[in-house]
Design a protein around this ligand. Structure first.
Ligand SMILES: Cc1ncc(COP(=O)(O)O)c(C=O)c1O
Length: 376
């Protein structure tokens, strides 16, 4: 049996009529860039995230970048984040002219280790970006408490965590801003590129909305230099259709993850994801840790099972960030994870039989022997 890593066709087929109808309405109204469909999605998404406002944007990278710009981050500043994330988290910092400063991740949750945060704060620090990696929120209470003590804003990178909860609170609603990507494969995915920032701060919302539209609040009157980072109407209309199904889709992801957990663990050879007790993990990615990961990926591909690696090189060791001066060994947990992570097929429509096939083939291919603990 072939098992794809992701099956967007299976996701869209049951709602194709509704999506076509939503798109037709945008075409009829001619409201393609920003406009009423974006405003309607912003209302729905803010309500879903338990925040007062949402600003629809072109993608998740824009969401991070404009949040930082709106907070006044600029050249000479430092912003703290983690090396175990997608490049966009750090790129957004760099595109403000600021410097990314990394702290290592916790070896069970793979999110920012709050115990390492304080020593990274300097007089130049202007913001902290915890990343809710793979669909699990970072341990926000100690991060928020440290940030409060140092007078720093926390911007959540919630691009992989639509609908995740931390102690009953929604991803994106805990920091001053929550940044989302609606890249098609995300838990809430558009039919192209899209993103959003959610916030409870009306001034931040207003600044982001001016920045996304060439620095204008009134057409052709530019109060500052901005950018074109608007969400388009067709994406907003499609996202409204899909938002209604997000809770059900997340529940199916969680059920699939539960079945993987049951079939794969506990074992010496495979470390399954750890879901912290107060969290609702929404499994954007189901990543296990294994030895000889690259060989295993190839063996599974040979059996028709598509896996992926998120991410093979931690950001501090990326060529683009060589100038930051980090070396191998700077962040041992992130480095270990990058060598061992293997993302298994995960999407809401994955069948029980597909999960069983993946688990059986994985266990047949893993090298025997116990995995070491990450902690160095
Ligand atoms: C953690 C994280 N941050 C930021 C982004 C950037 O989002 P986008 O691709 O919509 O620009 C992504 C998307 O892959 C992501 O996974």
């Amino acid at each position: 049996m072939n098992v794809p890593f992701l099956d967007l066709k299976a996701h869209h087929d049951p709602i194709r009529k509704e999506l076509n109808q939503a798109i037709a309405e945008v075409i009829d109204a001619g409201a393609f860039a920003g406009g009423p469909f974006v405003a309607a999605f912003e209302r729905d998404f803010a309500a879903y995230c338990d925040t007062r406002f949402a600003a629809g944007l072109g993608n998740g990278t824009d969401a991070l970048w404009l949040s930082l710009l709106a907070l006044g981050v600029g050249p000479g500043d430092e912003v703290i984040t983690v090396p175990s994330t997608f490049m966009a988290t750090a790129e957004a910092i760099s595109f403000c002219g600021a410097r990314p400063v990394f702290v290592d991740v916790d070896d069970r949750t793979y999110t920012m280790d709050p115990a390492l945060l304080e020593s990274a704060i300097t007089s130049r620090t202007r913001a902290i970006i915890p990343v809710h990696l793979f669909g699990q929120m970072a341990d926000m209470d100690p991060i928020l408490e440290l940030a409060r003590r140092h007078g720093l804003p926390v911007v959540e990178d919630a691009c992989q965590a639509h609908g995740a909860l931390y102690k009953g609170r929604k991803a994106g609603s805990l920091g001053v801003a929550g940044c989302f990507s609606f890249y098609p494969g995300k838990n809430l995915g558009a039919l192209g590129e899209a993103g959003a920032v959610v916030t409870n701060d009306p001034e931040l919302e207003a600044r982001i909305k001016v920045l996304r539209d060439h620095g204008q609040a009134r057409k052709y009157f530019h109060s500052r230099i901005g950018w074109n980072a608007r969400m388009d109407g067709i994406q907003a209309a499609a996202l409204r259709v899909k938002l209604k199904r997000l809770e059900a889709a997340n529940s199916r992801r969680r059920a699939n993850a539960g079945l993987y957990d049951e079939l794969l663990g506990p074992s010496d050879e495979v470390v399954t994801p750890y879901a912290a007790p107060d969290n609702r993990h929404v499994y954007h990615v189901y990543a296990v840790r294994v030895r000889a990961r690259d060989r295993l990926l190839e063996s599974l591909a040979g059996k028709g099972i598509s896996c992926a690696i998120h991410y093979p090189v931690p950001l501090h060791l990326q060529e683009a960030y060589r100038s930051l001066g980090y070396t191998g060994g700077s962040f041992p947990v992130a480095e270990r994870c990058a060598a061992e992570f293997l993302s298994l097929p995960m999407f809401p429509e994955l069948s029980r039989e597909q999960v069983q096939t993946v688990a059986t083939e994985l266990m047949a291919c893993v090298s025997p022997g116990k995995l070491q603990q990450c902690t160095v």
